[in-house]
Write a protein that binds this ligand. Structure first.
Ligand SMILES: C[S@@+](CC[C@H](N)C(=O)[O-])C[C@H]1O[C@@H](n2cnc3c(N)ncnc32)[C@H](O)[C@@H]1O
Length: 223
């Protein structure tokens, strides 16, 4: 559960250098994680997709390439991040808070959210909103950071809390934003705990798939 004003402030400050920081800090793995998410969504053959917390738009753009017939709406509550997405040609874009979506019930076949849910004020509230805008039987995909198991967890925590904020601070000029990242990953439910949270908030058939030794996970569920 995060403070929305603080989160919006961080993404406003780093918007222009967000993509570069992402690719450097993940060692390019973010492309593979997104590609995996796209393959899963493609198999559902959705005609309408909401990419929530779309940010600079990379997941929505990759979905658009894989599913050229689908209508894909990108939504985010940080206008400067959406400006980056618009600069890459993504549209339509909607300024919207994930916990109060300006869409009718059952408007989308699929909802995706990459590295976004963790930053929201209420994880249960956001999951219920995503379920509300999904059509019955529609699919949700959440891609987000998780923590690997020991012994890798020790090395990963060192990277997350000691190395990453310094490197990201040099790239974006905003070290505090990346200290927040580590804290938010520690607080965010992962694995079974995330599946349970989904099941408790109007979603069913929740599954978790750890990627990159558990540094990130893809969660799927249905309305
Ligand atoms: C780490 S970025 C992820 C962007 C993109 N999905 C990606 O994978 O690169 C997190 C995004 O979530 C957005 N965000 C955070 N809280 C939000 C909320 N409550 N409603 C909508 N967007 C939110 C931020 O503005 C930011 O653009």
């Amino acid at each position: 559960m995060q403070n929305p004003a603080k989160v919006r402030g961080i993404f406003t400050a780093i918007a222009a250098r967000y993509d570069l920081a992402n690719h450097v800090l993940s060692g390019g793995l973010d492309f593979l994680w997104r590609a995996r998410a796209v393959r899963m969504v493609k198999a559902w053959r959705p005609r309408t997709i909401l990419d929530l917390a779309t940010g600079s738009g990379d997941l929505a753009l990759a979905l658009g390439k894989a599913l050229p017939e689908a209508r894909i709406v990108g939504a985010d509550f940080c206008h400067p991040m959406l400006q980056v997405a618009a600069g890459k040609g993504l549209h339509p874009l909607v300024v919207a808070d994930g916990t109060r979506l300006p869409f009718a019930d059952a408007s989308f076949d699929a909802v995706t959210v990459a590295f976004g849910l963790r930053n929201m004020e209420s994880w249960p509230g956001a999951l219920r909103e995503m379920s509300r805008v999904l059509r019955p039987d529609g699919h949700l995909l959440v891609l987000d950071f998780s923590l690997p198991r020991p012994p890798l967890a020790f090395a990963y925590r060192f990277y997350l809390h000691r190395v990453l904020p310094r490197v990201a601070g040099m790239i974006t000029g905003n070290r505090a934003g990346y200290e927040y990242l580590g804290a938010s990953i520690e607080a965010f439910p992962s694995g079974r705990a995330m599946c349970e949270l989904m099941q408790q908030n109007n979603l069913r058939d929740a599954l978790t798939r750890p990627l990159a030794a558990g540094i990130v996970s893809i969660y799927t569920a249905r309305k």
